[in-house]
Design a protein around this ligand. Structure first.
Ligand code: NAD
Length: 395
């Protein structure tokens, strides 16, 4: 249900791809109407082939207020949870966005797929590897599209990383370093759902770590993870004097903090590749370093950045040898078109196109299960205090 101004904004989405057939509307619902649901609805409102018909949230009245805030009328919201919404057959839902906190990603996605509905699931895929396996089983049984919300993949500069690796310019890749983080950036935009174990399940590791992993693993066609040595800690999040809490006037958040604010892992990947990873919501350091992909013919340096925002602000650099000379090739940054579609617009559009055309999910679970296996492996290895093997059952 789009307003005139939003349709104008949609022109730019169309400008980058084929025209959208708006003769049949996709009936879309939103599960979880918190912070990130705002980005979803803004993009859905720009799509001429979408009718937003329903929304559900566990907090009474939250979904209704959410749609009112965006001026979207006629949306059914009188459900106590996602299950009640999915049971309402009068909605004839084609697709849902699962925008809940991590702990309910699996149940909301599985129930939606079992109801025969396409799913755009927010990142991280879920909390545990077991949940990811159950999600994929439901996906396979349903035959519906499941795409995971990694919008940085749609950024031109991020795509350049994959293009360079796939071109063979680096030769055989054998070592990757990735990660990053913030000096002070534990997130609590609307309360403590990122901080509590019962809602988030994992902290920085999954929240921003999943993006760092995707940035490099997607470039390499997602080699399978074999073993993990993991570490996680929570020195900042559990400290009532953490400056972020103090500035916000919420020292009590330290008491409910139940996840990690720093994590690291050393991962052995199929194809004799080592992945060295670290991620922080808070650290006493400006950056934990650039990402690097080392190969037999060349190595790529990806400037340390807020990769979860989908881009970086310094050029990529390839280090190689030309006619016996050590040479550095600078790959110029591709400027972002300020009038073009946002990464979220692209994420929603590519998902809708896959649903309508029966084409593969833009970000498939068959790749992201490896991302989830690494997150889960780091958490389990850290708890156990030793290296673990990763075993993913046939689905
Ligand atoms: N792609 C991105 O750039 C991006 C950015 C921020 C957050 N996220 C992801 O989005 C997810 C949500 O984050 P958020 O900040 O919006 O959280 P939030 O806490 O603001 O909102 C989540 C909402 O889901 C509701 N909910 C939970 N289980 C439910 C259920 N079974 N049925 C109906 N409603 C349910 C909660 O009541 C809450 O209102 C997280 O997994 C996060 O990692 C993605």
């Amino acid at each position: 249900m789009a307003k005139a101004g939003d349709l104008d904004a949609f022109k730019s989405v169309q400008a980058e791809g084929p025209a959208v057939d708006a003769s049949k509307k996709m009936r879309v619902g939103i599960i979880g109407t918190g912070w990130i649901a705002e980005a979803h609805i803004k993009s859905y409102m720009k799509m001429p082939d979408v009718e937003i018909v329903a929304g559900a949230d566990l907090i009474p009245g939250k979904a209704k207020a959410f749609f009112e805030r965006f001026g979207v009328e006629g949306v059914k919201t009188d459900y106590k949870d996602h299950k009640e919404m999915l049971a309402d057959k009068s909605l004839k839902l084609d697709a849902v966005s699962v925008c809940t906190y991590n702990r309910t990603h699996a149940v909301c996605t599985i129930d939606s797929l079992n109801a025969g509905i396409h799913v755009l699931l927010e990142k991280p895929m879920c909390v545990t590897l077991d949940e990811a396996v159950e999600i994929m089983k439901a996906e396979k049984k349903s035959g519906k599209v499941l795409s995971i919300g990694f919008q940085p993949r749609l950024d031109d500069n991020m795509q350049m990383i994959r293009k360079i690796v796939q071109s063979g310019e680096l030769g055989k890749v054998y070592y990757i370093q990735t990660g990053g983080g913030r000096r002070r950036g534990i997130p609590f935009p609307y309360g403590t759902t990122f901080l509590e174990d019962k809602t988030a399940g994992l902290g920085a590791l999954a929240d921003i770590g999943c993006y760092s992993l995707d940035c490099v693993l997607n470039a390499l066609d997602y080699p399978k993870p074999l073993t993990v040595t993991g570490y996680k800690s929570a020195y900042f999040g559990k400290d009532p004097n953490y400056s972020g809490y103090v500035k916000a006037g919420h020292p009590e958040y330290a008491k409910v903090f139940g996840v990690d604010d720093f994590a690291a892992g050393f991962i052995r990947l199929e194809g004799d590749i080592i992945l060295d990873f670290r991620i922080a919501w808070a650290m006493n350091l400006d950056t934990s370093g650039d990402s690097i992909i080392m190969g037999t013919k060349g190595s790529l340096r990806i400037p340390s950045t807020e990769c979860w925002n989908g881009t970086f602000d310094k050029p990529l650099k390839i280090y190689h040898e030309v006619a016996g000379n050590q040479v550095e090739t600078v790959i110029p940054l591709i400027p972002t078109n300020p009038n073009g579609p946002s990464l979220f617009d692209k994420k929603i559009r590519t998902f809708l196109d896959a649903c309508k055309n029966g084409t593969p999910a833009p970000v498939p679970s068959s790749q992201i299960i490896y991302n989830q296996a690494i997150l889960d492996g780091i958490a389990r290895s850290s708890d156990l205090g030793h290296e673990i093997e990763i075993n993913i059952p046939e689905i």
